[in-house]
Design a binder for this molecule. Sequence first.
Ligand code: PLP
Length: 342
Amino acid sequence: MSKEVWGYHEHPKRREPDWEINPQTAAVREGLARSGFGETSEALYLNSGFTYANSQEAVDSFTDETDHFLYSRFHNPTVAMFEKRLAAIEGAEHCVATGSGMAAMFVSLACLVEAGDHIVASAAMFSSCHVVITEILPKWGITYELVKANDKAAWEKALTKPTKAVFIETPSNPLLEIVYIRFVSDLAHKVGATVIVDNVMASPVLQKPLELGADVVMYSATKHIDGQGRVLAGALLGSFEYIYEKLIPFTRHTGPSLSAFNAWVLVKSLETMELRVTRMCENAQKLAEFLETRKEIKSVRYPGLASHPDREVIKKQMKAGGTTIGIVALSISLIILVIANH
Ligand SMILES: Cc1ncc(COP(=O)(O)O)c(C=O)c1O
């Protein structure tokens, strides 16, 4: 067995993204660590612990003197393949995978805040994220303010006071409201806040929050990253400082880890993500344009339509309109009828 296998997981040391690699190539290549048996595709390491050649190697491993997987709550070779591949696609220094999107969302904030801290978030948020910010964290003395997604003046006003973290979701689920990531990030940094973007609805294919000034990107990998309804998972991506100095010291002991099996499913999902999301966007764009012409439909909201109220911001930060359409009609059966007849 090659000794190199043990050196695969990178312990705290800075890793610059390799900009030479095209994200679509990274999606099928990056992160692959062969076991030494020469397997063609990524191996599935369904083990909780790891062995050591001798007691000295065990001591060195547990004191971080040497690179060695220790325990799958901390890291696991298959999970590391997923993290490395997603980081390469996102253009992030590092990634930590979690057991669900909500685990990622919760730890993204919990690793930063303490009693007395303040969080500013966009009011348009996925329901469980809303509960974490407005009900769970306040029980531990963390205050919050919610701001209307596209209200620039309200963001300016909210981000005048000291703020530990800004949490935004854009486009939002399900109302497809848009936050201007560059604008909010610039304001947030002036008051010392870490900007976390829930990029679930856009996916790494359509929007790159780190390039737009954000500090941390959060995913429910359950959505576009798996995209096939098989597993729950989440991920956080960001700088060396955030991942190794804030996040890992928290997740290592609180245990929101991703299972190796689910990571293995996701490693393969990443290979097709760009193709799937691109096709879904093309279909959604055509469908949204069609629905807009129908008198049975009261209104259509889709980031790819000129009628979206934040179209100018969308053009600055998203590559396409996304995979989800919002429709207001007199009844659901009417929408089904209109689509079915075409
Ligand atoms: C925008 C957004 N954030 C977070 C989540 C939570 O992800 P999970 O269901 O993987 O915990 C979801 C799930 O639908 C979501 O749509």
